[in-house]
Design a binder for this molecule. Sequence first.
Ligand SMILES: [Zn+2]
Length: 224
Amino acid sequence: MLYVKADLHIHTTYSDGVCSPLEVVHAAIDRGLSVIAVTDHDTFMGALRARDYVKRSRLELLALLGNEVRTELGDVLIYCLEEVNASKNLLKLIEVSQDNGCLIVPAHPFDILRLGLGNAIFEYRGWSAIEVWNASANKRANKRAIEASRELNLPGIASSDAHIAEYIGIAHTIIELNELSEEEVFESIRKGRVRPYFGYPSFNLTLKRIVKSVKHMAWRTLSA
Ligand SMILES: [Zn+2]
């Protein structure tokens, strides 16, 4: 039996992250992670790049395909074995996920300012797990998400929602596996063989993230 560290919510330059997929991969290896998912907003591109790079370079890391989809009701994470057409309609997205054997997980559900689904998570069925801890969300929102996962009897995932390298792995999920493969990770999450690690960034790191993100946004606006 293997117990591996996974961070399943990371952004790259394919959305609003500061690091390229390649930089994310190396930061994840440095942090001792065995599994990551790049989850850029409304695209699998960052994740595809990360997975290609890992495979080409034969690195000791599993890079899953992920996408943080902005549905009409809020942000939802979808993880698939191959790229799918991710609808922005929540009901359709759940259907696509089921048809393609993907995992579907509400992102920071009670962080309303950052477009969590809120109580809508109780109105839909088909969730694979809930993001119960997001290192970029406030503690109250995370506490409510933990309660919701208990009410719905769903596995809980903890992730960094990293937009800068230093955040990667701060919060993570320990996954129990028989072997390190994408299928096995999906199966273990579905079966709840997971343990969320509730980490938060330090105050200084939070400041650093804000400064870096603002600088990055300004640079992108100027160079657009
Ligand atoms: Zn995110």
